[in-house]
Design a binder for this molecule. Sequence first.
Ligand code: ATP
Length: 250
Amino acid sequence: MTEPVLAVEGLCKRFGALTVTDGVGFEVRPGEIHALIGPNGAGKTTLIQQLCGRLVPDAGTIRFLGGDITRLPAHARAQRGLARTFQITHLLPGFTVLQNVATAVQRRRGSSFRFFRPAGRDPDLNAAAQALLARTGLAARAATPAGALSHGEKRQLELAMALALEPKLLVLDEPMAGTGREETARLVELLKGLAGGLPMILVEHDMSAVFALADRISVLVYGRIIATGAPDEIRASPEVRAAYLGEEAA
Ligand SMILES: Nc1ncnc2c1ncn2[C@@H]1O[C@H](COP(=O)(O)OP(=O)(O)OP(=O)(O)O)[C@@H](O)[C@H]1O
């Protein structure tokens, strides 16, 4: 079988007497959307923080594209292509949508020698940024200040900025949080369109979005992964239903 993009083994994290990540292991395969679901307090955020380098695990290993990244700082992981949305990017509300994305492209290219030239006036950066806006359904909003976007559009912009980093694995941290039904449907379609090449980890409470998007799902309960499988397997698993999904997946 092909090498996994991300391989996590025996990951443990304790806060005092509380074991929040308890021997977690799972893999992200090339091109797959791998959803991580679990009830409130299951340890999803703590797990993601360890994957992205914000928290150091007490035990276990994280391998990304074949290299051990367990002890690497967050920025070094980002440089290798591990991008987390809704955390690593910060929207500049007074800047236009285009300028925000152009700034992210500029950061990726490391073109700090052009610091005296505003990102929004560089034709190369603008072309790259325009392409990302087209990819994320925001082309018509290029000249709008980021602060004037709807909540769902801000999510699209965050996605465009994450894509500007040319990630090799995208960690989507509750992308549907706070979005309305229509916006959720739009984001699901958008993410479906991006899928197929770019592997993603999707942490999400909205089960309809999870089941619409995920190729595989891992279920985290009390810091342990109790099941990993295709959506149909997860939906049918008595353990998962008892521990978490209940009637939601019926
Ligand atoms: N820095 C910390 N110090 C102490 N306890 C913590 C810390 N961070 C998280 N916890 C505890 O660890 C447990 C898991 O929290 P975590 O936020 O990872 O869960 P979660 O699955 O992301 O929950 P939610 O779905 O509500 O976001 C909780 O009991 C939380 O109170």
